[in-house]
Ligand binder design. Structure first.
Ligand code: ADP
Ligand code: MG
Length: 263
């Protein structure tokens, strides 16, 4: 089998400085089953602070499970996962803090339907981070401004387009001052004309130095924003490389086959 994790990341093509070798999320020998299905197999993966890692691979290869496991929305059986040197907590306040440190943006937006856009963004900081209401509101409005939906702050999620809702979901994750944000196919549920408005926000975050793990089929975004591409198949990290290495010269047959189908 090829080496799963080649270590030092590249700088990507957004004109950012090179990412230092500063491990933030470290998975080591992680295995997970759903019943008889071995869905994560011996995953060794290090996400460095400031790094943008794109995860691609066929449907069912374990990409969502990988994200959910890092955020402890799923348990795992063997191996270790650390965030900033700390093992993943199992429950209670520490787990709530972990979920704040490790933001997640889902394919289906997952906003709170009965709360306003502004409340969606202030809820986490006030409840989990113990930020005061006025400060949380000011910061939320700044973030909504940044993602271009400040004028919708008093509306409810269903009154916004999918692209706007997803930008709110990104603002909500950012409001927690996360150490890393996991994006699981954030544009897959969007109408085509809304994909770019979300990718533009994500590109902006990447340029700003946010640590990001992005499961996506948007290869243009991957080429532009990624420090590193991780290719998964059948629950394994089959190959990792810089976007240029991976897209122009994939090493594994699985990756060649996959790229042949999508490019
Ligand atoms: P991907 O995101 O790469 O499409 P997933 O992580 O969603 O893959 O799924 C990996 C495998 O695990 C698939 O075979 C899927 O059917 C299975 N799976 C995912 N979630 C569950 C679950 N909660 N229970 C049982 N099987 C699951
Ligand atoms: Mg998935």
């Amino acid at each position: 089998t090829p080496p799963a994790d080649l270590g030092a990341p590249s700088s990507g093509s957004l004109g950012r400085p090179p990412v230092p070798d500063d491990p933030l999320v470290v998975l080591s020998g992680v295995n997970k089953h759903f019943g008889p299905l071995h869905v994560l197999r011996d995953i060794d993966l290090t996400i460095h602070r400031g790094e943008v890692v794109i995860v691609i691979g066929p449907s069912g290869s374990g990409k969502s499970t990988l994200c959910r496991t890092i955020n402890r929305l799923e348990t795992y059986e063997t191996g270790t996962i650390t965030i900033d040197g700390e093992p993943l907590p199992e429950e209670g306040k520490a787990l709530a803090r972990l979920r704040a440190d490790v933001g997640m943006v889902f394919q289906s937006f997952n906003l709170f339907a009965h709360k306003t856009i502004l409340e969606n963004v202030t809820l986490g900081p006030t409840k989990v981070r113990r930020v005061g209401a006025a400060e949380a509101r000011t910061r939320a409005m700044e973030l909504l401004e940044r993602v271009g939906v400040a004028h919708q702050a008093e509306k409810y999620p269903a009154q916004l387009s999918g692209g706007q809702q997803q930008r709110v979901a990104i603002a909500r994750a950012l409001a927690m001052d996360p150490k890393v944000i996991l994006f699981d196919e954030p544009t897959s549920a969007l109408d085509p004309e809304m994909i770019n408005e979300v990718l533009d926000v994500m590109t902006d975050l990447a340029r700003d130095g946010m640590t990001m793990v992005v499961v996506t089929h948007e290869m243009g975004f991957a080429r532009k924003a990624a420090n590193r591409v991780v290719f998964m198949a059948d629950g394994q990290v089959v190959e990792t490389g810089t976007p240029t290495e991976f897209f122009t010269n994939p090493r594994s047959e699985r990756a060649k086959d996959f790229l042949g189908k999508i490019l």
